[in-house]
Design a protein around this ligand. Structure first.
Ligand code: BGC
Length: 763
């Protein structure tokens, strides 16, 4: 349907009719909510009576025990040497264990907890960051799908498998915004944008927590790392963060606020200091903002050893001082630093920590145990059959494949080289990652002894092509190495083929925690291999698997087709093959800006204009804000990604030229698939506040819709702009919209605006 004045009237009429329906539905909902709330209140009262009675029986040591968490079977950080964990569990001095998995192990440990005096069950936690047994794409990849349902579904499946394996709690989602691809942990987040990041945070939490804590297929989520960890100076992990209040509130806090609003059960603080105060010891972050202003009712766990690390920071004299500072600041549980267990009771006795603070922390943790149903039955998540069924459910692999293909971003496709024909005679599959299983999983996958079910690129292609297609293979290089001895074999394979597919990028160990890199070019001599293959004159497709935006300038400028696949998980090979051979039309868009060189970092699309803006795409001359040796624009912009079809944007219409009190601006335009195949487009809405009391970014994402269209099909897309979307934190840190002109920009990427208009906000 094309957009014209006739259907404009029709839309208005439909809207009015819908309004009545909505009002009626709204009323029914209110009645339901009323009864639900009443029942909830009753349950809450019951829970409070139970927990208060239990706490009355607890000694101070037992209370401190609830605030104590140890790693069990393996470590994801430096272990603090200490006592015998099993003995401590029996003595009621452990509230939670991390890094345990499987019904057999969790049951055995829970049985130990049942030998303690008060039989308070343990909480089992694990970093289920992108899938449990079925590994999904890394979170940054999933963010590239811009598909909130798919992302929620991925977290849902992860929760089903995790909960069935006896685990109650995942340390996910990571909701740290980051604008620095040198930081190895960008792979764990949703990229650079607070709007997209907030929606993804919510989707993940809803996925993990399902129908609510206590459902047998739900796990507690944990939004981390509170706060501003993604802005580590120089992209160096664990580093300090120096940031204005304004940037903190506007860019880094929104996904955490969204997490709280979505009902996240727990939060984890962070390793960094923020403006000189370690986040773990920050009362401003944890007490004032999180538990105060945002009324967060869950509990806060420290990051691994981060309480004890306040000594290294130079913020605490010793672990006792660190424990005191952390609890006073609102950190409820101590992960692996043994600072609480060794010192809190004494600190209370000396009057340095009020018992009320310990009680509050204990109550928050016991509340979650209660909500998980562990006081009814500590073994309710321990059922071998359920575990077996869940982790071997073939349906989960189908969903993983779907999410994986949606996460792939097509960066270049000159002369429509892609998709390939399935009956191509000879294909050379080259590259160090083409037959790697481990490297498809990416960092933060849950450790399993056997990864044989991961589908490699080679296997995916093998299954896809015709019986008569011949596949040749050569690794060519090792990403960790600079030797070129494998080049000859790879070039030879290319020379015998009709088309060359090269799989390069990062090995699993090259992005992730403590994997910051100062050089984010394609590692080793992989780009030299691409050059050697290109020199054969054969058509060449480069597939880049990585945990972060990489730099590959020569490849981008010369090779005809490039697909960015990130790390896609168990179904990687099948998903990539679907895209290569046209069974899936790529629809991903970059959730993070790709710089031209490291010198442009930090880089993001929502920058300020400055008083001397430089022209786009050229080096600067004449005292403008840019570089004299390269354009200020990135290699690939936020929101960018191609498809095998083309889309046309037209007919932008705003419901009004003025936004007055109580009114929204409705934005409509028509999107048409003008190509030959069906496909999905992520249509993006950006706004710009032209003049304000604080300088505003040149563009801010405020809406998007992923739309599926058949060839020739059109759809009217609608976005609503309300006051909230125009608001920002002013100098007094008040969230307010200021009157004035707002530009409305609709496009296929942050640097590809197709339609533009404006309206005035009247106070
Ligand atoms: C990481 C956290 C993680 C924890 C437990 C820490 O090193 O920063 O994100 O949840 O370890 O594995």
């Amino acid at each position: 349907m094309k957009f014209n004045n006739g259907n404009w009237t029709m839309i208005k009429a439909i809207n009015e009719k819908n309004n009545y329906l909505h009002r009626a539905l709204f009323f029914i909902c209110l009645v339901c909510i009323h009864f639900q709330l009443k029942a909830q209140k009753g349950n809450e009262q019951q829970m409070n009576v139970f927990i208060d009675a239990l706490m009355k029986k607890m000694t101070l040591d037992e209370k401190v025990g609830q605030l104590n968490q140890y790693a069990s079977n393996w470590s994801t950080g430096p272990i603090s040497p200490g006592g015998n964990i099993i003995q401590e569990i029996k003595e009621g001095r452990v509230g939670s264990l991390l890094n345990v998995k499987g019904v057999d192990k969790t049951r055995a440990l829970q049985e130990v907890a049942m030998q303690s005096r008060l039989k308070i069950p343990l909480l089992f936690a694990l970093d289920v960051v992108h899938g449990y047994k079925t590994t999904f794409p890394i979170p940054l990849a999933e963010a590239a799908s811009w598909d909130l349902n798919a992302i929620k579904q991925s977290a849902r499946i992860a929760a089903i498998e995790t909960a069935a394996s006896g685990i109650h709690w995942t340390f996910a989602p990571m909701v740290d915004i980051s604008r620095d691809p040198r930081w190895g942990r960008v792979m764990e987040g949703a990229g650079e944008d607070p709007y997209l990041g907030s929606l993804i945070a919510k989707a993940r939490i809803k996925g993990f927590q399902g129908n609510g804590l206590g459902s047998l297929d739900a796990v507690m989520a944990c939004a981390k790392h509170f706060a501003a960890y993604g802005a580590a100076i120089g992209g160096r992990d664990y580093n300090s963060v120096d940031m204005s209040e304004h940037t903190l509130w506007e860019i880094y806090l929104p996904p955490f606020k969204a997490a709280v609003d979505a009902g996240v059960a727990t939060m984890m603080n962070s390793f960094n200091d923020l403006n000189g105060i370690p986040a773990t010891g920050s009362a401003y972050l944890q007490r004032d903002i999180l538990k105060g202003k945002w009324k967060f009712k869950g509990f806060v766990v420290s990051d691994w050893g981060s309480i004890g690390e306040m000594v290294e920071h130079g913020y605490a004299v010793d672990k006792s001082d660190a424990a005191q500072k952390a609890i006073l600041a609102g950190n409820d549980m101590d992960m692996e630093s043994r600072s609480y267990t060794a010192n809190l009771a004494q600190l209370v006795k000396e009057g340095k920590v009020p018992i009320a603070m310990i009680d509050d922390a204990v109550k928050r943790i016991l509340t979650k145990k209660y909500e998980m149903g562990l006081f009814d039955d500590p073994f309710r998540y321990c059922n071998e059959q359920r575990e077996k069924d869940a982790i071997n459910n073939p349906q989960h692999r189908i969903i993983a494949r779907d999410v994986a293909q949606k996460s792939i971003v097509l960066l270049k496709n000159q002369n429509n080289l892609l998709p390939l024909s399935k009956s191509t005679k000879t294909i050379a599959v080259i590259g160090p990652l083409a037959k790697s299983k481990e490297d498809m999983l990416g960092f933060w996958n849950v450790p399993w002894q056997d990864n044989s079910d991961v589908v490699t690129l080679y296997e995916g292609i093998e299954k896809k092509v015709s019986n008569s297609t011949k596949l040749l293979y050569a690794a060519g290089v090792d990403p960790n190495d600079t030797t070129k001895s494998g080049f000859a074999e790879a070039v030879n394979a290319a020379l015998q083929s009709d088309v060359v597919i090269v799989s390069v990028g990062e090995k699993r160990s090259m992005s992730g925690e403590a994997k910051s890199r100062s050089n984010i070019h394609l590692p080793g001599v992989q780009e030299d291999l691409i050059k050697a293959l290109y020199a054969t004159g054969k058509p060449i497709i480069v597939i880049i698997n990585a945990g972060r935006p990489l730099i590959f300038d020569w490849t981008a400028n010369n090779v005809p087709a490039i697909i960015y696949t990130w790390w896609l998980g168990s179904e990687a090979g099948n998903a990539i093959a679907n895209v290569l051979f046209g069974d899936y039309n790529p629809s991903g868009k970059l959730p993070m800006t790709f710089p031209r060189t490291e010198g442009q970092i930090p880089i993001h699309y929502d920058y300020f204009n400055t008083g001397r803006p430089a022209p786009e795409n050229t080096k600067v001359v004449n005292f403008r804000s840019g570089y004299i040796d390269l354009p200020k624009t990135p290699k690939y912009a936020f929101g960018y990604g191609l498809s095998y079809t083309t889309f046309k944007y037209e007919g932008l219409k705003l419901s009004d030229s003025m936004m007055t009190k109580g009114k929204n601006i409705e934005v409509y335009f028509t999107l048409t698939n003008t190509g030959k195949v069906a496909g999905e487009e992520v249509a993006q809405l950006y706004i710009r506040d032209k003049v304000a009391s604080l300088v505003r970014p040149v563009k801010e994402l405020k809406g998007f819709e992923k739309v599926y269209l058949n060839p020739g099909e059109s759809k009217v897309i609608h976005f609503k702009i309300d006051r909230d979307k125009l608001s920002f934190y002013n100098q007094k840190l008040e969230w307010k919209a200021e009157p004035g002109t707002f530009m409305v920009m609709i496009g296929a990427a942050s640097d590809n605006i197709q339609l533009q208009s404006s309206f005035k906000l009247i106070d």
